[in-house]
Design a protein around this ligand. Structure first.
Ligand code: NAD
Ligand code: DAU
Length: 343
């Protein structure tokens, strides 16, 4: 099968590419990524020479370029990870979120219709459900929870989800949607909570905790998310939404303290800073459906996953130091600037 993966140079998309090439070596992976600030081609360096892998530096909003790729590669399955993904950036500049997350999704679905893909999978987020109150630990997001977004980011993702359902109902596009909780693990861009705190702690810089740090997120190791998507695209039911999460709710302040303890750094590095505007209080996924229908369960416990993640950032300092210095953005030009287009 030909699987077209968008956003494969980002955090979850790259982990998904690695999983697919390992678990399904018979399948071909076509990776499409614009290489925005969040995309890093160095992440994919070990698979660039794999004959089952091909990379296109392309914007998913570029209708003509996307059409050409579909015409040439004829994907059987499309998995759309490409997105502007950081809530804080969406508060500063919403527009690019609407372009990539909504228009980009429609461009990919139009090409999927035209070339008759067998499955279009939209990687969505639990943030489309809004938030839950901190004093109601009995409440969880199910697939039937109404969409009720807070940030421009989550609103753009919800807009895309509505469009996916519309393409399924109106045009019969064979779609699925997954909505996952917060991911952590290797190759996460150091603007997100866990890698940012690891990088700052290692540099003995302050760890900026928004407000009191009592907001709750439901953390899942990235490989578990990728395995869930792999199951959905191969065995999930067309037209369905699947929530993905591992019942691992934690307060931000507790995560930060675990990181400091693991690194042997003092809690005096923590500083409480102005809260995020519209800050969602609590996310909590009910994953009963994907467990019952597809047999998915998370495999990595947080206590092990966070240790593995911290180890990875310690062992791969160059990867994130290049990001902090900005050097990674020269890599594409260095790798491809001298090459000629041959077809
Ligand atoms: P990321 O920001 O690390 O990566 C996004 C990737 O998409 C980057 O490689 C970037 O270059 C690429 N991209 C951005 N705009 C593009 C465009 N116009 N055309 C082509 N490529 C483009 O994001 P992530 O954390 O890996 O998230 C991936 C997906 O998973 C997103 O759709 C996000 O909404 C969703 N999600 C993320 C989490 C999480 O905790 N990170 C949880 C649930 C769902
Ligand atoms: O729930 C899934 C979502 O998780 C994904 O859809 C998003 O793409 C992903 O970015 C993530 O969103 P969050 O806003 O939850 O993640 P972030 O890492 O930005 O923040 C996690 C929590 O930590 C949140 O409550 C805000 C807080 N925070 C974050 C940063 C960057 C801080 O206290 N300080 C910080 O510096």
């Amino acid at each position: 099968m030909n699987i077209l993966v968008t956003g494969g140079a980002g955090f979850i998309g790259s982990n998904f590419v690695f999983l697919e090439l390992k678990e399904h070596p018979e399948d071909r992976i076509i990776c499409v990524d614009k290489l925005t600030y969040a995309g890093n081609l160095k992440t994919l360096k070990d698979v660039m020479d794999n004959p089952q892998f091909v990379f296109y530096k392309t914007d998913i909003c570029d209708r003509e370029a996307i059409d050409e790729i579909f015409a040439k590669e004829r994907p059987d399955i499309v998995v759309n990870f490409a997105a502007e993904s950081h809530v804080d950036r969406s508060i500063e500049n919403p527009e690019v979120f609407l372009e990539t997350n909504i228009i980009g999704t429609s461009v990919l679905m139009d090409a999927s219709r035209k070339y008759g893909v067998k499955r279009y999978h939209q990687v969505s987020t639990d943030e489309v459900y809004g938030d839950l109150p901190l004093d109601r630990p009995d409440l969880f997001f199910t697939e039937n929870t109404p969409l009720h977004t807070s940030s421009p980011y989550s609103s753009s993702k919800a807009g895309a989800d509505l469009l996916v359902n519309a393409y399924h109902r109106t045009f019969g596009l064979p779609t699925t949607i997954s909505r996952c909780s917060n991911n952590y693990g290797p190759y996460q861009f150091p603007e997100k909570l866990i890698p940012l705190m690891i990088a700052n702690a290692l540099a003995d810089k302050n760890l900026p905790v928004y407000g009191e740090g009592i907001n709750v997120r439901d953390w899942l190791y990235v490989e578990d998310h990728c395995k869930a998507i792999d199951l959905i695209i191969r065995k999930g039911t067309v037209g369905e939404v699947y929530n993905i999460g591992g019942h691992n709710e934690m307060r931000n302040i507790d995560i930060v303290k675990i990181i400091l303890e693991e690194l042997g750094k003092p809690e005096s590095l923590i500083v409480h800073v102005t809260d995020r505007k519209g800050h969602d209080q609590r996310y909590a996924i009910d994953p009963a459906k994907i467990h019952a229908e597809l047999g998915w369960l998370p495999e990595t416990m947080f206590k092990d996953g966070i240790k593995k993640t911290i180890r990875w950032y310690l062992d791969n300092k160059e990867w994130w130091e290049d990001i902090i210095s900005g050097d990674y953005q020269n890599y594409y030009a260095e790798m491809y600037g001298k090459k000629e287009v041959i077809d």
